[in-house]
Design a protein around this ligand. Structure first.
Ligand code: APR
Length: 246
């Protein structure tokens, strides 16, 4: 059987008791760079200089220049078949939620409604003084941007050394402890997201991994699709779209 038929067959066998855990790899096929691996962002930039509260305090302009560059890339990108397949699966009751480490909004733009962002969102800015959060559809005109209250705005993302949003973390932990998990495009190196598929296994659920490379999760995966996400879900998309038409 083709891996994508295996994939859809196993997904359907879970009868909706399934969540997705996604990482930068699912957006790679939309042209958005991942963090590690061959052309990873961390090969060219030091995360300590761009993705920590200390870096922002030291040079908010430099940090905002980098996020504005990432925003331009992300806002120009389009969802790929993997994002679209997850949205179709949600519509058909095959999946309960998408838990993502990504700060892009490609899951939402593909049509997924129940998306849990563990590391925040690049299409939001937060005031460091009053805490006000504003949605953005393009990089700020003036860098660094300021709030009406005069406070400095920051990207509403989780930086290294910062706590994840508690509500999202609790929900994601609960979902991964009581459902099967399809893990797509993560190196499974950054905690606490990397531990979540182990919660599923520990409680007797299954783990599917979709990744062209092996990861620390590969050893516990019940099905490992060694494929790029866009390609692995292309066939799934076609089948689910045909079913929609029938
Ligand atoms: N399809 C599926 N997976 C892919 C593809 C693809 N086309 N291309 C690359 N990958 C895989 C890589 O093999 C790797 O395992 O995606 C993974 C990307 O890993 P990372 O770059 O480490 O991204 P991620 O796992 O999401 O990082 C987690 O680290 O820097 C922090 O906050 C950042 O949320 C991020 C977190």
């Amino acid at each position: 059987m083709q891996p994508s038929e295996d994939l859809l067959e196993m997904i359907a066998s879970f009868s909706g008791n399934l969540v997705a855990l996604t990482g930068a790899g699912i957006s790679a096929d939309s042209g958005i760079p991942t963090f590690r691996g061959k052309d990873g962002l961390w090969n060219r930039y030091l995360p300590e200089e761009l993705a920590t509260p200390q870096a922002f305090a030291r040079d908010p302009e430099l940090v905002w220049e980098w996020y504005a560059w990432r925003m331009r890339k992300i806002f120009k990108a389009e969802p790929n078949p993997a994002h679209i397949a997850l949205a179709l699966m949600e519509r058909k009751g095959l999946i309960k939620a998408v838990i993502t480490q990504n700060v892009d909004n490609l899951h939402e733009r593909a049509g997924s409604r129940n998306v849990i962002h563990l590391h925040g969102r690049i299409d939001e800015m937060r005031c460091t003084e009053c805490g006000k959060v504003v949605e953005v559809t393009e990089p700020p005109e003036s860098i660094p941007p300021h709030c009406r209250c005069g406070g400095l705005m920051r990207p509403n993302v989780v930086w290294f050394g910062e706590a994840l949003p508690q509500k999202e973390l609790n929900l994601a932990t609960e979902l991964c402890s009581s459902n099967n998990v399809v893990v797509i495009g993560t190196s499974a190196l950054v905690q606490p997201a990397a531990s979540m598929p182990f919660y599923a296994k520990r409680n007797g659920y299954h783990v599917i991994e979709v990744n062209p490379n092996t990861t620390p999760l590969t050893g516990i995966a019940d099905l490992s699709i060694r494929e790029k996400a866009g390609k692995a879900f292309e066939e799934v998309c076609t089948i689910l779209k045909e079913e929609e038409i029938r």
